[in-house]
Design a protein around this ligand. Structure first.
Ligand SMILES: *Cc1c(COP(=O)(O)O)cnc(C)c1O
Ligand code: SF4
Length: 317
């Protein structure tokens, strides 16, 4: 079972009714128990690219560390929900040593995504220790800290946290944000402090049915982000995690929304629409013409998507 959890701050952003777009993101829903023939426990196929128990090395020059083992609030559509449900805890001990040894032995890796779970669920002393060890293993390594806490618990981005980040530059913050209402006054204030302090901030958004599957709403979100000094980076098509099918926007509808969005915002405010190909194919940009065909499979009808190597991958219709 996937844990339930929400912060007071995030809950305070919710409006009335079960269908409120903020509530939908954290309130458990009976549809999570519906069978889904397309569901994958490891939707991104990270197991295929595991270099160490908590290190994923899929792209040559960057790797992803599953550092945080918990989140401040749990997103019902989480793509790592099976891994997180096992309560992995913050990385340490032998798991960390194996990751550090791999990084030290692979100089082609120039950037590390510090992800999870949410790494900011650990206190600053632990983060500092982790950053120190990563830089010892690989001096000059770019740190990309991936967190939802600037949205769910903005006070976590305290002055002390930002000065820690500053000491470890080059460091970039990648935040997960889905709805304009998530840019609450304290979130704006703390992110402005990050940007003013020399910490560039990028955004990632998941396209979610009943939450943000609307071009005008996304245009608002990305314009507001841009004006707040944040760089809209990715808009993700939902992954095939178990119990999340009701959040999935049909791919053709997603392409339509993205087309409309492109006409509404400045190029500076337009994130890349992307999908992590189910089963370990990596990220591809979704655009008109990406659908190479359709096919009937035992799980149901799928689209065929062609990656950069010409290989075909399947995604539910
Ligand atoms: C998304 C991801 C990255 C980063 O990819 P970018 O396109 O640079 O944002 C790196 N490693 C893994 C395993 C990823 O899933
Ligand atoms: S913050 Fe990220 S890892 Fe945590 S529950 Fe949400 S999507 Fe999953």
């Amino acid at each position: 079972m996937f844990p339930y959890g929400v912060t007071q701050h995030f809950e305070s952003l919710a409006g009335d009714g079960q269908n409120d777009p903020i509530k939908r993101q954290f309130l458990p829903d009976a549809r999570e128990d519906l069978p889904d023939p397309f569901a994958l426990d490891d939707p991104l196929g990270e197991g295929r690219h595991r270099a160490a128990p908590r290190l994923v090395h899929q792209y040559r020059d960057r790797a992803l560390l599953l550092a945080g083992g918990a989140c401040a609030a749990y997103c019902r559509y989480c793509f790592r929900r099976v891994w997180l449900a096992s309560s992995p805890g913050f990385i340490g001990g032998g798991e960390l040593e194996e990751s550090l040894a791999y990084l030290a032995a692979h100089p082609e890796i120039r950037e590390i995504l510090v992800s999870g779970g949410d790494p900011l669920t650990a206190d600053n002393a632990r983060l500092e220790e982790l950053f120190c060890l990563l830089r010892q293993a690989r001096p000059g390594l770019l740190l990309r800290v991936c967190s939802r806490m600037p949205v769910t618990s903005p006070s976590r981005l305290s002055g002390e946290t930002l000065s820690l980040f500053r000491r470890f530059r080059p460091l970039r913050l990648s935040i997960h944000i889905n709805h304009p209402r998530e840019l609450a006054p304290l979130t704006r204030e703390r992110l402005a402090a990050a940007v003013d302090g020399g910490i560039p901030v990028h955004t990632q958004t998941v396209l979610l049915r009943g939450v943000n599957d609307d071009a005008a709403l996304l245009a608002d979100l990305f314009r507001e982000c841009l004006n707040a000094g944040l760089t809209p980076y990715y808009l993700f098509q939902a992954d095939l995690a178990p119990g999340t099918a009701h959040f999935r926007v049909p791919l053709k509808r997603g392409l339509e929304i993205y087309g409309e969005l492109s006409a509404l915002v400045s190029g500076l405010a337009l994130p890349a629409y992307a999908l992590d190909l189910p089963g370990g194919g990596g990220k591809i940009r979704l655009c008109e013409g990406i659908i190479a065909g359709e096919k009937m499979t035992p799980a149901g009808l799928v689209y065929l998507l062609r990656d950069n190597n010409g290989k075909l991958w399947e995604y539910p219709y």
